[in-house]
Design a binder for this molecule. Structure first.
Ligand SMILES: [Zn+2]
Length: 186
């Protein structure tokens, strides 16, 4: 990004934030040549990405839905909204960078989890419980074990038989909906 004062092409980003409901990113930059500060706006090139949901239905990728699901999972974890917005930017960028214009809701969920884990273990487990459709205590235990010993991701399918005989999903025990908002109907 060329400096408007000295035309130097290298700058340092001081701050990034989403604007226009996430349609563009405003960046505050400092020129590495003359130290002047200036603002740039990056607009996301709109190439629609289709999300394939678990039930096979398709819908277009909606970053605000994704953000809402993450905000809910991160309630009372002390994670600032701007942090989650940055995460959604990151995930959207990763989705947009793929050559394939389709992504499964599972892939998005895994991307979210990979990023949430370093932010908050509570948020990680909450998000995992919703999006992986935990069926019982066994799934929580697997996920907690994975947090302590992150060798490989616990795949819900492999634990399904073990968990069906245990308790049913704790659907009345929290404020979470049955699916994260990015995979539910609008
Ligand atoms: Zn400059």
């Amino acid at each position: 990004m060329q400096c408007p004062y000295c035309e130097y092409t290298d700058s340092r980003v001081l701050e990034s934030r989403s604007t226009e409901a996430g349609q563009s990113i405003r960046r505050r930059r400092e020129c590495l040549g003359c130290k002047h500060r200036f603002t740039t706006y990056e607009r996301i090139e709109f190439v629609p990405v289709t999300v394939i949901k678990r039930d096979g239905q398709r819908e277009s990728f909606d970053r605000s839905k994704l953000l809402r699901g993450m905000v809910r999972a991160c309630e009372k974890t002390g994670i600032h909204q701007s942090c989650l917005e940055a995460l959604v930017d990151e995930i959207e960028a990763q989705v947009q960078q793929q050559t394939v214009r389709e992504v499964s809701s599972n892939e998005i969920g895994e991307l979210v989890l990979r990023n949430l884990r370093s932010l908050s273990e509570v948020a990680y487990v909450r998000f995992a419980s919703v999006y992986r459709h935990f069926q019982g205590i066994r799934d929580f235990v697997d996920t907690l074990n994975h947090l302590q010993n992150p060798i490989e991701l616990p795949h819900k399918k492999s634990t399904k038989n073990a968990s069906t005989s245990l308790e049913h999903s704790p659907s009345d025990s929290s404020d979470m909906e049955s699916e994260p908002s990015f995979i539910t109907h609008s």
